[in-house]
Design a protein around this ligand. Structure first.
Ligand code: NAD
Length: 421
């Protein structure tokens, strides 16, 4: 295989590529298709001069990467974070391709991002940055081309500004250009909670498979953002005791189980978990190593490493975050018999309901929340059980089984469409 071009060569890209290579080798994948899938189809780098509130002009860097469009338009979030670079965005775009293929959506993968710290920017600065970024990537996006969504550091307000900027250029409202937008402009019921909800639907399936009673079992959740807070809430509703949860500043722990609604409202009102009463303060490192049945990493990538994987005391990991486990850690977890549901399956609830949102926008006909949740349950548990069956019959882990299923679907599409020109 060709070496990774320097533009993309980052640790996250190498990790994602290693997963592709392992699955492709196992599948004895056609080498031409394999080589194609190792690189994104399109990558756009943009720079954006933005007037700050103090009158200065600051130039930001942004990216949009489309990995593969053989199954349909590309789809993927937009991340606002200081760590954003082309390699990371390309890796996340590739992950989106596998995720969409795995759960049977008619999409390829994409991702976007701006290197910035949204926490330090005013609403006006964020709006100007978002609108300029949208204008710069305009030739690449559209309901039939590439459909952005929220990711770390972005939210439904950012999506509303993107939708408005795109629509202003077209001259009419185009709700289907983004998903994860507010309900009043064509967003979907259930979208905000979909990723966390999907994580819990999968957790329940794993517990069934392992023969563990949900009621009274314990869970630890890293991250209390969109994914982590919703997952923690629904785990509690399923009778599971959430004993630990964290944000970027610290973790809170109570062996009797936390009152999650109270923890979330404390975090919302103070913007930090520090000082939360009725629980022990612990570090994020210690949180990951707490004894529990279910560990749900829902924060950043690279949290479970070769160093801490041997000290984890959980029975299963459901990856709410993207790439939370490094390649080396994965080997250790496999040897230790910890059941891992990989990100592309575990956190696919978000893109599944994004797909429902897009379909509703295109049909201009909106569904009831109950219908949306039922359809999400059906799509995600069907995908999970298909992967589980494949993993058992082929005696491979869930990550390789998920990747093999996804790559097989893409390879079939590439082979039948053929090479252009
Ligand atoms: P978010 O910004 O809402 O929340 C992130 C959370 O992680 C926050 O609570 C933050 O305090 C915490 N955090 C940040 N740095 C941390 C650290 N070093 N240690 C511990 N906690 C830390 O983001 P989100 O939307 O919940 O996304 C979380 C992860 O899930 C990301 O990897 C994202 O790519 C992935 N994901 C999100 C969605 C979605 O629909 N939101 C869908 C699929 C995957």
């Amino acid at each position: 295989m060709q070496p990774i071009p320097t533009e993309f060569d980052t640790p996250t890209y190498r990790d994602v590529l290693a997963q592709l290579d392992a699955a492709a080798e196992w599948l004895s994948l056609d080498r031409n298709i394999w080589g194609r899938l190792r690189l994104p189809q399109r990558a756009l780098c943009v720079t954006m001069p933005i007037r700050m509130d103090n009158g200065d002009v600051c130039v930001y860097q942004g990216f949009r990467v489309q990995h593969d469009s053989s199954l349909g338009p590309t789809k993927g979030g937009v991340r606002y974070h200081l760590g954003v670079d082309l390699g990371e965005v390309a890796a996340l775009a590739m992950n989106m391709t596998w995720k969409c293929a795995l759960v049977g959506l008619p999409y390829g993968g994409a991702k976007g991002g701006i290197r910035c710290n949204p926490k330090e920017m005013s609403r006006g600065e964020l709006q100007r940055l978002t609108r300029r970024y949208t204008a710069e990537i305009l030739p690449l996006i559209g309901p039939d081309h590439d459909i952005p969504a929220p990711d770390v550091g972005t939210n439904e307000q950012v999506m509303a500004w993107m939708m408005d900027t795109y629509s202003q250029q077209r001259g009419y409202a185009v709700p289907g250009v983004v998903t994860g937008k507010p309900i009043c402009i064509g967003g979907s019921l259930g979208r905000e909670e979909a990723t966390g909800r999907g994580v819990v639907y999968i957790t329940i399936e794993v517990l069934k498979h392992l023969g563990i009673e949900a009621k009274g079992t314990t869970a630890v959740v890293q991250g209390i953002g969109n994914v982590g807070s919703v997952a923690a809430r629904f785990l509690c509703s399923a009778g599971i005791k959430v004993t630990g949860i964290s944000d970027s500043s610290c973790g809170v722990y109570n062996s009797h189980g936390l009152d999650i609604t109270d923890v979330i409202s404390y975090k919302r009102s103070r913007y930090t978990l520090e000082g939360y009463p009725g629980a022990e303060m612990i570090t994020n490192e210690a949180l990951l190593e707490l004894e529990c049945t279910i560990l749900v990493p829902s924060a950043l990538s690279g949290q479970i490493t070769e160093d801490n994987a041997k000290r984890l005391r959980c029975r299963m990991i459901v990856e709410g975050a993207n790439n939370p486990t490094t390649r080396g850690a994965d080997e250790i977890l496999r040897e230790r018999g910890i059941f891992v549901v990989p990100d592309i399956l575990a956190n696919s609830g978000g893109v599944i309901v994004s797909y429902f949102e897009w379909v509703q926008d295109l049909q201009k006909y909106f569904w009831k929340e109950k219908e949306i949740n039922e359809r999400l349950h059906e799509v995600i548990t069907t995908a999970f059980n298909k992967v589980l069956e494949f993993s058992t019959s082929e005696n491979i882990d869930m990550r390789k089984a998920s990747m093999a299923n996804a790559i097989k679907r893409l390879a079939d599409a590439h082979l039948v469409r053929g090479l252009y020109p």
